[in-house]
Each structure stands twice: as C-alpha cells, then as structure tokens.
Design a protein around this ligand. Structure first.
Ligand code: APR
Length: 307
C-alpha cells in the first residue's frame, strides 16, 4: 500500500503523521511546491518511527516521480482560510492548484483513489473528478466525517457524555448550507431529539455549520487541521482495510437524492474499491429541501469554475 499526500502544510503533514502512526501504508509520499518543506517534514515524521515503533517509509518531494503507483492520493494542497474569508473565496486559487495536482498525480497513478480535502470541498472534488476523468467511485471528498465529528463533539459537550456513545449525521455541501440531521443523530441509540430541546438543537446545528470558521477565528493565521486530518485518515483506513464503513462523504451524484451532476455529502460505503455504495436514506420534506438548497449552492459555484 502506497499513499501520496499532496500539500505538506498543516492538514497534509498531520495526515501523513497520522497515516504513519496507524501504519496504514508501507510508503507515504509527501508532495509540496515549497522547496525543502515536504523533505524536512517527511524526514522528521520518519525519524519518529523508531520511537513510535512503526515501520513506514516516508518520502518528501517537490515532483511527482516518487508518487508513481500510489493506491490512494490525498489532496490537501491549496491556501487555507483566513478570518473573513468564506470557503468560496478560496475557489479561484484552489481550483487551479487542485487541477494541477490532480493532473500530475494521476499521470503517475492512474489506478489510485483520490480523496480531496482542499476547500471549497465539493467544488474541488468536482475539479478532481473532471480533470482525472476517473470513475466517480474513485473520487471522494472529505467533509462529512469532519462535520459529523464536530456535531458529535458539540452534542457530547452539551450533554456531558462520552463522545464514544454519540453518533451524528450531516448531509449536503461542506459549507454554510450543510444539513445536520438531528433525527438521525443519537446518544447510545437514543435520538438527540429526545434529549435536547429545539433551541439547544438549533444552537448545536448552527455551531456545527460554523465549526470551521470558529477555529479560523481562534487561529487567525490558518484553518483547522487536527480534526480534518483525522477525518481524512478515517476514510483512508476504511479503504485500506476494506472495512466498508458507512461514512458521510462528498460523492458525485447521478440521480441519488434527486440530485444530478454535483457533489454532495451523503452516506457512502467505503471499501477497497472506494465508494462501493451510496446509501439512500428517507428524508422528510424539510430535510430534502435543505439538501436541495445545499446542492444548489454547490452547483452555482461549479458553474463559476474556469477549468
Ligand atoms: N502543489 C503542491 N502543494 C501546493 C500547491 C501545489 N500546486 N499549492 C500550494 N501547495 C501547498 C502549500 O505550499 C502549503 O504547504 O499546500 C499547502 C497548504 O498548507 P497550509 O497553508 O498549511 O493549509 P492547510 O491548513 O493544510 O489547508 C489545506 O485543506 O482544509 C483545507 O481549507 C483548507 O484548502 C485548504 C487545504
């Protein structure tokens, strides 16, 4: 198993470190345009392996030769949000970056599975799909795992219970119109709608939607990377180990949930082939309307792309 991580910034380097700590590959290749950064971080991570008692080759590079024949490529390259910037503000810069990274990496690894992390997530996933010309089950966006992790954290904090017993559901785009679904979110199997009143639910849903900007406002010089890297690695793990976990991921939809030709966060089965199934759950009219609105926002952004 060989995994390439493109972008050796906060998300990329932390992803590489987590992949190594969990020994999810024999070889990890870290790529960045900055001279010395991927080389230095890769060497530093490799030097942690004798201490961590892991055994993974870690390589840093500014070119794509060493990425050849990767099984999975995680794209984190791009600029991160600063206070006052929406994910869409990133679109023009990051679409050029994601396009070039996709072209260069898939030329070396035509059979890889692409996991996109760069924002705006749904639009960047679309760029990677179109540029790679891969089948849709091999291009997957990381958003829902992070959004549900945030929702789960806030539910656990609110009820003062372990995160272990909290599961949550979020659909739609990774943006202001994402659709957290309290009805499908539970604590030890009990729907949170039974445990929290409407005002509390709305507060937690809003905090989840604003989860990214809450961190940006604290950090001021960048955006979140610990939970985003954990989330990307959870997806990688399900693929590498063929676990067939059901995770909310951004998938290219062709009629599912009544949506066409767009990426949206939906529950998918992740296994060795990538997306092995898109799970269709029943939505009530309000939830479907919220998902439609979220998908419409993503489509509008896709319409503005210059590929
Ligand atoms: N090829 C490879 N790497 C690139 C390229 C490129 N064409 N362009 C930029 N990069 C690198 C930068 O040099 C930098 O090291 O991408 C890295 C991004 O790292 P950070 O600035 O630390 O950003 P990070 O917090 O990692 O976020 C990366 O993930 O969560 C999203 O919104 C976030 O889009 C952003 C991305």
């Amino acid at each position: 198993m060989k995994i390439t991580v493109i972008g050796a910034g906060n998300v990329g380097a932390t992803t590489a470190q987590r992949l190594v700590d969990k020994q999810l590959a024999n070889e990890i290749v870290l790529v960045d345009v900055l001279d010395g950064i991927p080389q230095g971080k890769a060497l530093d991570i490799y030097e942690s392996t004798p201490v961590e008692k892991t055994d993974v080759k870690v390589v840093g590079t500014n070119t794509y030769d060493a990425t050849a024949a990767s099984d999975i490529i995680v794209i984190t390259a791009g600029i991160a949000r600063k206070p006052g910037m929406s994910r869409d503000d990133l679109m023009n810069t990051n679409s050029g970056i994601v396009k070039s990274c996709t072209e260069a990496s898939v030329a070396q690894s035509p059979n890889a599975i692409l996991i996109v992390v760069s924002n705006p997530l749904d639009v960047m996933s679309y760029v990677a799909l179109k540029v790679s010309k891969f089948e849709r089950h091999r291009v997957i966006g990381m958003a829902g795992v992070l959004d549900t992790a945030r929702f789960r954290s806030f539910i656990a904090m609110e009820l003062n219970v372990s995160v272990e017993d909290v599961s949550a559901f979020v659909l739609g785009g990774h943006g202001d119109s994402m659709v957290p679904l309290p009805r499908y979110s539970t604590v030890a199997g009990i729907p949170i709608t039974e445990l929290l009143d409407k005002a509390a639910l709305e507060r937690l849903v809003k905090r989840t939607r604003d989860g990214g900007i809450e961190i940006v406002n604290f950090l001021k010089t960048g955006s979140a990377y610990y939970a985003p890297s954990s989330s990307a690695v959870a997806m990688v793990e399900s693929i590498v180990k063929d676990k067939k976990r059901i995770l909310p991921c951004a998938a290219y939809l062709q009629g599912e949930y009544g949506l066409q030709d767009t990426f949206a966060g939906v529950p998918v089965k992740l296994g060795r082939k990538g997306i092995e199934e898109i799970m269709q759950i029943k939505l009530n009219p309000d939830e479907q309307a919220a998902l439609n609105k979220s998908a419409e926002d993503v489509k509008q952004s896709i319409g503005k792309l210059k590929l």
